[in-house]
Write a protein that binds this ligand. Sequence first.
Ligand code: ZN
Length: 399
Amino acid sequence: MWKSFRIGSLFGIPLRLDITFLIILPVFAWIIGAQIEIMVDILNDFFDAGIDATTVSEGNRPWILGFISAIGLFVGVVLHELGHSLTARRYGFPIESITLWLLGGVASFREMPEDWRQELNIAIAGPIVSIAVGVLSYGLFLITPEFADSVGTVTFQGALFVFSYLAILNVFLAVFNMIPAFPMDGGRVLRALLARNRPYAKATQQAASIGRMFAIFFGIFGLLAFNIILIAIAFFIYIAASGEERHVMLKAAFEGVTIGDIMTPKDRLRLVEPSLTIDELIQRMFRERHTGYPVMTDGRLIGLVTLADAQQAQRSGQQGMTVENVMSTDLETIDPDTDVMEAIDRMQREKIGRLLVVDNDQLVGLVTRTDVMTALEILQRSGTMAFATTEVSSERPQL
Ligand code: ZN
């Protein structure tokens, strides 16, 4: 993933900046600066703002005001995400971080509410905060004339512009996010409402289909209007909707299934000794069409060796290497009682293909991505892929 760094924390929630945010901030500043005269006309018409176009568009003032407005917009985005996060936390769901990135803000949740009312409230809290921030900005705009005499004309005109513009931007942010394009806020509201009278997985599937339709619509509209940000949002919605749908489906399919149920048990595992040479190991991998072996000695698990390890040893050209020299000893283990979904999440997050199943320090089996896919196929074929669950959690990306 892209790089992001922590810049502080709010209410104990880490606030992070994604590297893409550093690109979009000046772009927004530039867009606002370049269109300042058009915006002034709109604001004057809309709010009777009385902004003097000549004063704010002189010299480098459009860029300074553009930059201040862009920062103000992203402060609004952070407050919007805080609205989601603090509501979720009130229901007991921990928040990992709030990240500002290319397309705004993301609040990262580990788990999702099981209750449709909770999801509804969490989803709607962001737009409500944005409306409040918009109203607050409008209030600041209204009291700005009180300070007209104590600040210079330029500051006064600049403040009128920034506050009235932020009033519109934040209300727009609320309205745009309420479009029912799952996983945008409006789409989450839609899923919550659908989940009132149908299984959660079914509601997710329907909301995701509608989300994808919106994504295609945004994409086409973005192409016609040559709006790159809209095209990026379209891509994001399409991918995120499908990703979250898949996650919920898997979770529903694997409801109540544990690692112990789907792992390859120890007595059927192929094991290797640490003294095996790399050449012999590769021959075995070819023969058995198997790419990862737990390494055991005296009945004790000491490592895991994969095809990638063997290939690396071969490339190094060193002679006489054995499994012991190349195996990884930093072992990814999992308890047999763990839910399958947790293993899927872990393999995805850590980009690994297999987990060693360990119970009381004893190797009891191995679970691979292939095991998971095979189990899924069996579950689906045997028709026990149940939509009848409301107990689902997932990581939720959020606009
Ligand atoms: Zn939101």
